[in-house]
Design a protein around this ligand. Structure first.
Ligand SMILES: *Cc1c(COP(=O)(O)O)cnc(C)c1O
Length: 640
C-alpha cells in the first residue's frame, strides 16, 4: 500500500457516493469542498491553517454559504423542472422549517437564495414564529405555522396577516380551529387556515413516528368534516387554504412518499369540493439525505434522488386532481434536512490514541518468566499460518487463565502485562493474515474490532452529533488530510465528555455498518484533523449542554475568485466560554470569583500562599472563565 493516493482515499471513504458532488480530495491529500459542484474548490486544510492563525480553536464548524445557496437552488429547480416537464397546472412554493437549523445566518442565507422562487419559512413554536415574522419580507412567499398553538402564537400569526403576509395557521387538532376562529374574530382579521391530515400511510425508518393513525398530530376524517362544517357555519369557508401532512423525516423509501402524497391529494380534492378555496397542498418534510451513499432503504440512506422525489409528487398530485376534476394546487414542501445537511463540516482535532498493542518490539523470554508467559511466547514463536485459528484459540485460553491467576493473586503485574502484550501481537498477526482473504470468520472480525484503536477527539458527541448518540444516526466521517498515505489503523472515536456513550463506533458503509474507521497513525505533537460531514441538519446548532461544553466555534465561508485561497471568511462566531455555559445553569461568574477570592484571602492569612502568588492564581481562575470550553492543545503542537 505504498502507492496509496488521493484516488484510493476517495474510493476508501466513498466520498463520491455520499458527497453529492460537494466534496473531493486534492493532490496534496486534503479534503476539498466544492460549494457549487464545479471547479471552484476550497481546501479544508487551508481553512484549518487560517483558523489557527486567528487563534480559533477546535472543534470548529465551517459553514459554506455558497453550498447552502446551491441546495436551495437545486430543490427549487427540481420542482420547477418536474412541473414544466409534466405540464402541471400549479407552481412550487417551498418553505424552510427553521427547526432544522435555527442559526440566523443560515436562515437569512436560505431566504435570500430562495427569493427568486418565493421560498418561504416554516415555524413550529413561538420563538421560531417570532424570528420568521421579522425576517420574512416577500409577500408572495409563505409562512407556515405548525405545532400546537396558544393564544399568543395565534395572535402573532394574525399580526403577520395584518402586515399582508401569507401566514398559514395549520390546525393540528379540532379545538385549535375553534381557538383560531375566536382570536381572529377578536383581532378583526381573516386567518389563512391549513388542516393537517392524519394519514393511514405510515412512514418508515427512524423518524417515522409522525405518521399513521396514532400520530401525535393531525385530524381524522371525521375531524376534517367537522372542521369544514365549522368554517362554513362561521362564514369563513374560503379561509381554508391548505392541506398539510408530514410522514416523518429522512424517509428512506420513495414508496412511502408516493403513498402518502396520493392519500393526501385525495383529501385535498374532496375538501376542495366541499366549498373551500383551497389552493395549497403541503407535503411536509421527509426528503432524505443519502448519508452513506448506498442509495438504499437503509435508515441512513434514500433509494431515490431529489429529482425523482419532485417528479413523483408532481405526478401523483396531478393524477389524483385530474381524476377528481380539481385544479392543480400550488405545491409546498417543508424540506429542511435536504437543504442544510451538506453545508457545514465539523472539524475535530484528535489528541491521542489508545492502541491495544502499542509496543511493536517483540517480547523476548526472560529467565524469571512464569510458566504462563513462556506458554504464550511459545505460541507466538511457533505461530503458523496453517494453524492460525488453533493458535488464536490457544492464546485466548492462556489469556483467560492469566486473568484467573491474577484474580487469585498468583500473577504479578509485570507478568500479566507480558501475557497481554503477546496476546495482542498474536491477534494482530491473525487479523493481518485474514485481511487479504475473501472469507473472514466471525471471531476474526470481532478480533479486528477489538484490536481497533480509540482516537481521542476534542469534541462532544452530545453537542455536535446529538442524533448519533440518541438515534444511532450515521454520518460520513474521515480524516481531512494525509490522504496520500494509507490509513493503516482501524479506530473508533471517543469524545471528551465523561460519559461512556460519548463515542462514535458506527460508521457509514455501502454494504452494512462499519465498526471501525480507517485512520492514519496518530503522531504526538502533530495535529490530526477529522471531519464530520453532512451534519448541518438538526446537529450543528442544536446540541445539549452535557458536561457544559456548549456551542463550538464557527467560521462562515464564501467563495471569492479574487482571493488566492479562493474564499474569504465572512464571519467568525465564537463558541461558548466557560463563564457563559455556567451562567446558563444559574452560576453567577462574579459570585464564583468572589468566593474564590475569599478562599485565597484565607490561604494568605494562614500562610499557605504568598499574596503575589494568590493574586496570580486568582487572575488565572478569572481568565479561565472567559476561555473556550473545549480542550486546547496548542501548547503541545510542534512548532513550525
Ligand atoms: C421536522 C419537520 C419538517 C422538516 O423535515 P425534514 O425531513 O428535515 O425535511 C417539516 N415539517 C414538519 C411538520 C416537521 O415537523
Amino acid at each position: 500500500m505504498t502507492n496509496f493516493d488521493s484516488g484510493d482515499a476517495l474510493a476508501l471513504y466513498n466520498v463520491d457516493r455520499w458527497g453529492g458532488g460537494y466534496f473531493g480530495i486534492n493532490a496534496a491529500g486534503h479534503v476539498v469542498v466544492k460549494p457549487k459542484r464545479n471547479g471552484e474548490q476550497i481546501d479544508l486544510m487551508e481553512i484549518v491553517r487560517e483558523a489557527r492563525s486567528r487563534s480559533l480553536q477546535f472543534p470548529l464548524v465551517v459553514r459554506f454559504h455558497d453550498l447552502l445557496r446551491d441546495r436551495v437552488e437545486i430543490i427549487n429547480v427540481a420542482f420547477a423542472e418536474a412541473i414544466s416537464e409534466m405540464g402541471y397546472g400549479g407552481v412550487y412554493r417551498g418553505v424552510f422549517p427553521i427547526k432544522v437549523n435555527q442559526l440566523r445566518e443560515v436562515v437569512e442565507e436560505i431566504m435570500d437564495a430562495g427569493h427568486p422562487w418565493h421560498f418561504g419559512i416554516e415555524a413550529g413554536s413561538k420563538p421560531e414564529l417570532l424570528a420568521a415574522l421579522s425576517l420574512h419580507s416577500d409577500p408572495d412567499s409563505l409562512v407556515i405555522c405548525n405545532g400546537y398553538k396558544d393564544t399568543s402564537f395565534i395572535e402573532n400569526a394574525l399580526l403577520g396577516r395584518k402586515l399582508g403576509k401569507k401566514v398559514i395557521l395549520v390546525v393540528e387538532k379540532l379545538e385549535e380551529l375553534v381557538h383560531v376562529l375566536r382570536v381572529s374574530k377578536e383581532m378583526g382579521v381573516e386567518p389563512m387556515i391549513g388542516l393537517r391530515v392524519r394519514l393511514l400511510s405510515k412512514g418508515a425508518g427512524k423518524w417515522a413516528t409522525s405518521g399513521g393513525e396514532n400520530a401525535k398530530f393531525g385530524l381524522s376524517t371525521a375531524d376534517l368534516v367537522e372542521a369544514s362544517d365549522m368554517l362554513h357555519a362561521a362564514g369563513l369557508a374560503h379561509c381554508l387554504n391548505l392541506v398539510h401532512f408530514h410522514v416523518g423525516s429522512q424517509v428512506p423509501d420513495i414508496r412511502t412518499i408516493k403513498r402518502a402524497t396520493r392519500e393526501a391529494a385525495r383529501f385535498y380534492a374532496k375538501l376542495s369540493k366541499m366549498g373551500h378555496a383551497l389552493g395549497y397542498l403541503d407535503v411536509g418534510g421527509g426528503l432524505g439525505v443519502d448519508y452513506d451513499g448506498s442509495r438504499t432503504t437503509f435508515d441512513s440512506s434514500t433509494n431515490y434522488s431529489l429529482n425523482e422525489y419532485a417528479r413523483d409528487i408532481v405526478y401523483t398530485v396531478m393524477e389524483v386532481c385530474d381524476s377528481e376534476s380539481v385544479p392543480h394546487p400550488t405545491l409546498v414542501s417543508e424540506s429542511g434536512r435536504a437543504i442544510v445537511a451538506h453545508h457545514s463540516v465539523l472539524i475535530v482535532e484528535t489528541f491521542g490514541s489508545i492502541e491495544k498493542n502499542s509496543r511493536n518490539e517483540p517480547v523476548v523470554p526472560a529467565p524469571d518468566d512464569p510458566q504462563i508467559v513462556s506458554d504464550i511466547l511459545e505460541i507466538r514463536n511457533d505461530f503458523n499460518k496453517k494453524n492460525r485459528l488453533e493458535n488464536l484459540h490457544d492464546a485466548q485460553e492462556i489469556r483467560e487463565r492469566a486473568q484467573s491467576m491474577f484474580d487469585l493473586g498468583m500473577l504479578d503485574l509485570r507478568a500479566k502485562a507480558r501475557v497481554e502484550t503477546i496476546y495482542w501481537q498474536i491477534a494482530e498477526s491473525i487479523v493481518e493474515i485474514f485481511r487479504t482473504m475473501r472469507y473472514i470468520p466471525e471471531e476474526v472480525k470481532e478480533m479486528e474490532v477489538a484490536l481497533g484503536d480509540q482516537y481521542l477527539c476534542n469534541f462532544s458527541v452530545f453537542q455536535s452529533l446529538l442524533d448519533h448518540w440518541a438515534l444511532g444516526q450515521l454520518f460520513p466521517v474521515m480524516p481531512i488530510h494525509r490522504l496520500n498515505e494509507f490509513p493503516d489503523r482501524n479506530a473508533t472515536l471517543v469524545d471528551i465528555t465523561c460519559d461512556s456513550d460519548g463515542k462514535v463506533a458506527k460508521f457509514v458503509d455501502l454494504q452494512d455498518v462499519k465498526e471501525t474507521l480507517p485512520l492514519h497513525r496518530w503522531k504526538p505533537g502533530q495535529p490530526y484533523y477529522i471531519g464530520f460531514f453532512l451534519a448541518g441538519a438538526y446537529q450543528d446548532i442544536m446540541g445539549d449542554l452535557h458536561n457544559l461544553f456548549g456551542r463550538v466555534n464557527e467560521m462562515h465561508i464564501y467563495l471569492d475568485e479574487d482571493e488566492d485561497s479562493g474564499y474569504y471568511v465572512e464571519e467568525v462566531l465564537p463558541g461558548s466560554t466557560v463563564g457563559q455555559v455556567l451562567s446558563l445553569t444559574q452560576w453567577d461568574v462574579n459570585e464564583l470569583a468572589r468566593r474564590m477570592k475569599a478562599q485565597t484571602d484565607a490561604a494568605i492569612k494562614s500562610d499557605r500562599l504568598k499574596p503575589s502568588e494568590a493574586m496570580r492564581l486568582l487572575d488565572d481562575y478569572e481568565k479561565s472563565l472567559t476561555l473556550y470550553t473545549y480542550l486546547n492543545f496548542d501548547d503541545q503542537h510542534q512548532k513550525g
